[in-house]
Design a protein around this ligand. Structure first.
Ligand code: ZN
Length: 216
């Protein structure tokens, strides 16, 4: 907590004065983010750093392995679905990005079994991604982890369309769904293209070679 308070002091000294107007306007007018990013809980993946965004621009949903559960309006506690409902139906956010990442522990648990102390919730949570694991098993063993990370993103995008109010908006053209994957060791972002493969996003440097990442 000491480190957090030290960070808070830095925020009050510089971040707050710089963004004071923005925060005040957001408090007064409310939020209207352009993008909903659904990503993993992993501490190494920070959408506001990757996409250089400001408060109010992105609604974030984070869960283990950036998974979207299928639409299931029952009495269970659906944290991800509740956040989707708020973002899509209340805020009418026009873009959803499912952002996966390199070395995802949730995907590793899916492929190799959950750690002994993560069987109560992680294992059943990851079991919804069994179809992604099955598809990833066709990849060579050395590529399987990354291949499965891509498949999980594709599965989440498919599951988004099981929500009737998402499918409706996508069909009407008022909501667009996107997939992306972040490589922690290189800072490289890959995006899922309409053809179904992941390609390196333009980082403005003119360098389009893949850096470690395999475009499956
Ligand atoms: Zn992860």
């Amino acid at each position: 907590m000491k480190e957090l308070i030290a960070g808070y002091r830095r925020f009050r000294a510089s971040g707050w004065p710089e963004r004071r107007r923005r925060f005040e306007a957001l408090a007064e007018r409310g939020q209207s983010p352009e993008t909903l990013i659904l990503t993993c809980v992993d501490s190494r993946v920070d959408p506001s750093i990757i996409f250089d965004t400001e408060p109010g621009e992105v609604l974030e949903i984070r869960n283990v392995a950036n998974l979207v559960p299928p639409y299931a309006p029952d009495s269970a506690y659906h944290g991800t679905s509740a956040a989707l409902e708020f973002g899509v139906r209340v805020l009418e956010i026009p873009h959803i990005v499912v952002l996966g990442h390199e070395s995802c522990g949730g995907v590793n648990a899916l492929l190799n079994g959950a750690p002994r102390d993560a069987k109560e919730f992680v294992a059943p949570w990851m079991s919804m991604a069994a179809p992604a694991r099955d598809r990833a098993m066709r990849c060579a063993p050395e590529n399987r982890q990354q291949c499965c990370e891509f498949e999980v993103i594709r599965l989440s995008l498919t599951n988004l369309l099981t929500f009737p109010w998402i499918a409706e908006r996508v069909a009407a053209g008022t909501l667009r769904l996107h997939g992306a994957w972040f490589e922690i060791r290189t800072g490289v972002l890959m995006t899922l293209e309409p053809g179904g493969s992941f390609v390196r996003a333009d980082d403005g440097s003119g360098n389009t070679a893949t850096a470690g990442a395999q475009p499956f």
